[in-house]
Write a protein that binds this ligand. Sequence first.
Ligand code: SAM
Length: 264
Amino acid sequence: MKTARELLTEYGLTPNKALGQNFLVDEEAIERIVSAAAGPGLPVLEIGPGLGALTAPLAESGLPIAAVELDAAMCGVLSSALPENAAVINADFLKADLGLIHEKLGGGEISVVGNLPYYITSPICMRLLTEGLPIRRMTLMMQKEAADRFTAEPGDKNYGPLTVLAQLLYSIRQELSLSPASYFPQPEVSSCVLVLDRSGFSLPAPLPRLLKSAFAMRRKTLLNNLSAMGMTKTAAAELIEKAGLPPSVRAEALRPEDFVRLSR
Ligand code: SAM
């Protein structure tokens, strides 16, 4: 397998900073991510394959792979280098038809992997958490600050809707911690790889919307945020009381299971 530098030179390409193109060049990290992603033995959905640092070794497993990449030039390089079990899809992951991609992967459980473009890490993760795809495992590389949102506790500044959804749906562990030297070009910050394994919990349908409203204004009480979403103050107060919560509580103080009670 050629290095990212060699491929960029060969195809006359330069990394596009605006698309978060920091290519992984750390062999040990690549091996560990690929092994985690292929671990469940399920078809794999990859987000942002770039020059194929993860895609090529993953494809060697023989598992079906669908890799969604926004940069058409990268797609050109990748398509010519991959075996038949790996399909490259030139699309914006945030707008791609995930139902269709899921069908292409056989329509059953899948494993998701990605060295995520840093500028859209949160929206990508929210999509993965809320679109109802049967994802057994996610192996996601992201900047350390973004990873902190997954593991935050109530009261932390990073605690929010993403934390609550991720902790309810998955058990989360940090697989790896990486310095800028693991990438070309080098980013300014450290990154880490999280492995999320599905817990079997099903989200109550209103939960994502409830979380969005509850955290809309961090300094406001839950009561005020719920009222701002169109509920009357009396109805919001009743809901909070029924869930056994104090009337002046703020969303950031609630545990994931409190949100489940509220949405039920
Ligand atoms: N997987 C490769 C690696 O590890 O070397 C590249 C990772 S790089 C951090 C992120 C990749 O996501 C880039 O290839 C970039 O072009 C791609 N990307 C950026 N925005 C995207 C989007 N909206 N949808 C799909 N891919 C995107």
